[in-house]
Write a protein that binds this ligand. Structure first.
Ligand SMILES: Nc1ncnc2c1ncn2[C@@H]1O[C@H](COP(=O)(O)OP(=O)(O)OP(=O)(O)O)[C@@H](O)[C@H]1O
Ligand SMILES: [Mg+2]
Length: 208
């Protein structure tokens, strides 16, 4: 633990930064089982926002484990540390007035709540999106062949098979990815952002 550290305040407040850059920053936090559609929706959402001239940046589970979190595994403590670091990074992006879009299984409610608390303490909106599909559906999708390996015992601590998933109790947005198309999923999120004054309707290009 670092001691003897002091926060150095900048000259530009969060509000002034948002006014200067004409954009609000916040975090859209996807959670859900593997193959529930987090990365698919996050990627499509990021594309729609960028094509509308809105700064957005995706932080995706596997990608982050190639770099920042390459020293972490999938046991409970490392999963918690994984999410803690992502929460901090997402908050930094959002503080810089970008829309941070995270796509992590983030199976523990307490970890997601900690991410939310971190944002709320900084006055930054946190939008939890539950990418939801039943286990039999995600098992049949299995785009990375992970469920097959997990069921064969080749992957330990796999969420939904040999590790728990704690579904959100009150997510801001709940998307049943087995009941709607990817485009409808993106539309649901954009509609939420528009109706909560988090996006400017004049900016949004309907690409979905
Ligand atoms: N309505 C839908 N929304 C999202 N994905 C869908 C939908 N219908 C089918 N899919 C398919 O489901 C799969 C979801 O895989 P994806 O990689 O997005 O999952 P993930 O939640 O990011 O998983 P992981 O946690 O392993 O990274 C893709 O093959 C996608 O094409
Ligand atoms: Mg993914």
């Amino acid at each position: 633990m670092a001691t003897n550290i002091t926060w150095h305040q900048g000259h530009v407040s969060l509000q002034e930064r948002q006014e200067l850059l004409k954009q609000k920053g916040y975090t859209i936090w996807f959670t859900g089982l593997s193959a529930s559609g987090k990365s698919t929706l996050a990627t499509a959402l990021e594309q729609t926002l960028l094509h509308s001239g809105i700064s957005a940046y995706r932080l995706d589970g596997d990608n982050i484990r190639f770099g920042l979190n390459k020293n972490l595994g999938f046991g409970p403590e490392d999963r918690t540390e994984n999410i803690r670091r992502i929460s901090e990074v997402a908050k930094l992006f959002a503080d810089a007035t970008t829309i941070a879009i995270t796509a992590f299984i983030s199976p523990y409610r307490a970890d997601r709540d900690a991410a939310r608390a971190l944002h709320e303490a900084a006055g930054i909106p946190f939008i939890e999106v539950f990418a939801d599909a039943p286990l039999d559906v995600v098992e049949s999708r299995d785009p990375k062949g992970l469920y097959k390996k997990a069921k064969a015992g080749e992957i330990k601590e796999f969420t939904g098979i040999s590790a728990p998933y704690e579904a959100p109790l009150k997510p801001e947005i709940h998307i049943h990815t087995d009941q709607m198309t990817i485009e409808q999923g993106v539309e649901t999120i954009i509609d939420y952002l528009l109706s909560h004054n988090l996006l400017d309707s004049q900016k949004i290009i309907k690409k979905y």
